[in-house]
Design a protein around this ligand. Structure first.
Ligand code: G3H
Ligand code: ZN
Length: 286
């Protein structure tokens, strides 16, 4: 089955596929461990920065080798690709999906570039996710929640036109979530009405929630019930990885063998992925 088949299955069954980002082998191992344990399809995400660190070809090869070796439903997605050129490189390297974040462009330019990307990607069977309004914040600990006003949220009519003209497969929607976690742990306020309106205009497409870290579990369940089929999570995994590594180094000051230091880190990150998979309802769906 392809990535599209799983998103279709999720849409019918009212659950969501998680996208978990990675930029180190240990993060990837943590995600794979959770997938193996829970028989869940997952999308492995790499942002432009993450993919530059890992290498586009190397990310493809790593994911392919796990997929084949262990017969897992793993898919690789370029997250927040910002230009046609970089997205073309990811497609040529063998990514299964690409997210073109054209939210920094003017709307008409975003439509033109998204359309060009869709034409290129679809020839190679690659799924395309588009974006209109930027999802605020960055995937890290933030001192202050970015304040999204009504005008920052995805406009349902614009979404309809964007999808009709570009033919993207999925749409990253801004319904109040943001990238990162606020220091106090305050959850974002999700605009469920807006989601309902967007869904009404885009029912044949896949809706994606970005900024999946730090959202209350009950809100995650509600967005899935209302039609979100893919949820992106990064910050929670980054924080868990970094904190676990700091702790392990502190506990074992004389240990210098990476493969003896890292299993504990992998296992802590993996537990978080497991919890997300269960929350999204994607366990036992392969
Ligand atoms: O594109 C990646 C996600 O939107 C990650 O968001 O870092 O808040 O989990 P997050
Ligand atoms: Zn995002």
């Amino acid at each position: 089955m392809k990535i599209k088949d799983y998103l279709q299955k999720a849409k019918k069954g009212n659950w969501a596929v998680g996208q978990f980002n990675f930029s180190t082998l240990e993060q990837l191992k943590a995600i794979i461990q959770a997938v193996e344990k829970l028989n869940s399809p997952v999308i492995l995400g790499t942002s432009e920065g993450e993919s530059r660190f890992v290498g586009l070809k190397q990310a493809v090869t790593l994911v392919d080798s796990y997929r084949q070796d262990k017969n897992l439903a793993l898919f690789l997605n370029l997250d927040h690709g910002k230009s046609f050129d970089y997205i073309e490189k990811a497609i040529d390297a063998g990514y299964d999906g690409v997210h073109f974040d054209g939210s920094g462009f003017d709307f008409e330019e975003n439509i033109r570039t998204s359309k060009k990307i869709v034409e290129y990607a679809h020839k190679k069977g690659v799924l395309v996710e588009g974006e209109i309004n930027p999802i605020l914040g960055t995937s890290r600990v933030l001192e202050k929640i970015p304040e999204a006003s009504q005008k920052d949220l995805t406009d349902p009519k614009q979404a309809f036109r964007f999808i009709r003209e570009t033919k993207v497969d999925s749409l990253a929607v801004n319904i109040g979530s943001f990238h990162g976690i606020e220091t106090t742990g305050k959850s974002p306020v999700i605009d469920f009405n807006r989601l309902k309106e967007i869904k009404g205009q885009t029912s044949d497409k896949f809706l994606v929630l970005h900024g999946g870290s730090g959202i209350a579990d009950k809100d995650i369940k509600e967005v899935i019930a209302q039609g979100i089929v893919k949820i992106n999570v990064n910050t929670e995994l980054r924080i868990a990885y970094t904190n676990a590594l700091k702790q392990v180094l502190k506990n074992k000051p004389l240990e210098t063998t990476p493969y003896k230091l890292m299993p504990e880190v992998v296992s802590i990150v993996s537990k978080i992925v497991e919890a997300k998979i269960k929350l999204f309802g994607s366990d036992n769906k392969t």
